[in-house]
Design a protein around this ligand. Structure first.
Ligand SMILES: *Cc1c(COP(=O)(O)O)cnc(C)c1O
Length: 410
């Protein structure tokens, strides 16, 4: 195994942006800070978030209702500050992008528009290992339209952990109305071939949407160019915007003026005429039309701060560092890995299969309490480690791998 000194030398040569983040402290250990590998679940807090959130909070104290129009960042157009940087991050036009609500809510609002089943075409294709919220969302949408047997769950081939593109494409019959997959699978860390599956699904006559919860801020995306119909993502994983923070939504340009049905509220109407308070909405030809309510400013603030970091660092540079860091961690580990070995087919996460005397949960507990290494587990036997290129270090990887080796050796 690479030595601690080698890890420290790599950190000196390839430092990342750890200084921008608050790293949780750890007590009674050799090291002052945790080795944090759960950024795919909840990203760490940027230091600027606290300052900038307090500024927004103080506008309320200083201005009261006038804060809607006055102050450094007035609240009425606040969400527009997030649109352009969010669009850049997912490879979309600003008119195709909006930050609003939470992820599963956005999936529902988008399915209202994009899941339009008929008696002959009503199936929804998802991965068998979809995040449970997505499974519940598609099942409830199908039932809402009166279909009990609509959901097709894609399983990897026997003996394999990840789906091949061909396994997805083969299932796209003429009864499929909607394909809704995770861009990066939350369990295995597999990066799907988003452009190929999008094209195949659309050729089969289906609408293709993507859940980018584990993809955004992790891998470069080009939603507009790939022709994706719609997508949604959350901002508390790789986007570091805080627990339960606001989500994003994407609607491809070609659908913006097509009169799709939609659930609306006063934020769906054109901002210029919103306060005319007319009984009929006049939605703009942009993803803003999918908004319903006026947004929670103090949740938007951390999203704005975070997106500024991504703008400054750039997802291309981050992805390059991510490839180096993840490969380094992979080389140190001596445990079966279910994530694809091809770096082009994965993001920043390695999912390990834990067998032997200790369960994955017991291993994660010992890593945390005896070594200050924060990993997470998914039932029954998967331990997930995400070296996040913004703030994780080579030394973190070395700590995780050597702690894991000691724990497994007993
Ligand atoms: C994290 C995650 C969610 C969480 O949904 P919320 O609506 O934000 O609670 C949903 N789907 C996927 C694929 C996720 O990774």
């Amino acid at each position: 195994m690479s030595s601690e000194a080698e890890a420290l030398a790599l950190d000196a040569a390839d430092p990342g942006h750890r200084e921008l983040f608050d790293i949780p402290p750890v007590h009674e250990r050799r090291y002052p800070e945790v080795a944090y590998f759960a950024g795919n679940s909840l990203g760490l807090r940027p230091k600027a978030t606290r300052t900038e959130l307090l500024e927004d909070l103080d506008s309320w104290a200083a201005l009261g209702v006038e804060g809607h129009l006055e102050g450094e960042r007035p609240w009425l157009p606040y969400h527009e500050l997030l649109t352009a940087p969010a669009a850049r991050l997912v490879g979309a036009l600003p008119s195709e992008t909006v930050v609003m609500n939470s992820l599963t809510v956005n999936l529902h609002l988008l399915m209202v528009s994009f899941y339009r089943p008929t008696a002959s075409r009503y199936r929804i294709v998802i991965e068998d290992s979809a995040f449970p919220s997505d499974s519940y969302a598609v099942q409830s949408q199908a039932r809402f339209h009166g279909y009990d047997d609509a959901v097709v769950r894609l399983k990897p081939r026997p003996g394999e952990d990840c789906l091949r593109t061909a396994d997805v494409v083969e299932q796209l019959g003429d009864d499929v109305a909607l394909v809704l997959l995770g861009g990066v699978n939350y369990l295995t860390g597999e990066l799907m071939d988003i452009p190929a599956i999008t094209t195949a699904g659309q050729s089969a006559g289906a609408v293709v949407g993507w859940d980018l919860a584990h993809a955004v801020g992790n891998v470069p995306l080009a939603l507009h160019e790939w022709g994706v119909d719609f997508a949604a993502w959350c901002s508390y994983k790789y986007l570091n915007a805080g627990p339960g923070s606001l989500a994003g939504a994407f609607v491809h340009e070609r659908h913006l003026a097509s009169g799709l049905p939609r659930f609306e509220g006063w934020w769906s109407t054109d901002a210029a005429t919103r306060f005319e308070m007319t009984p009929y909405s006049r939605p703009p030809q942009s993803a803003d039309a999918w908004q319903v309510s006026n947004p929670p400013i103090f949740s938007m603030s951390p999203v704005r701060t975070s997106l500024e970091i991504f703008d400054r660092v750039g997802i291309t540079a981050l992805r390059e560092r991510s490839l180096r860091l993840t490969s380094y961690l992979e080389a140190l580990l001596d445990v079966p890995i279910i994530t694809p070995t091809d770096p082009a087919r994965r993001g920043a996460q390695l999912s390990l299969r834990i067998s032997g005397a200790l369960t994955a949960g017991a291993v994660a507990k010992r890593l945390r309490f005896e070594y200050g290494v924060i990993a997470d587990t998914r039932e029954p036997d998967v331990l997930r480690l995400a070296p996040v290129p913004l703030y994780s270090t080579y030394h973190d990887c070395w700590r995780a791998a050597s702690a894991l080796a000691e724990v497994i050796a007993g």
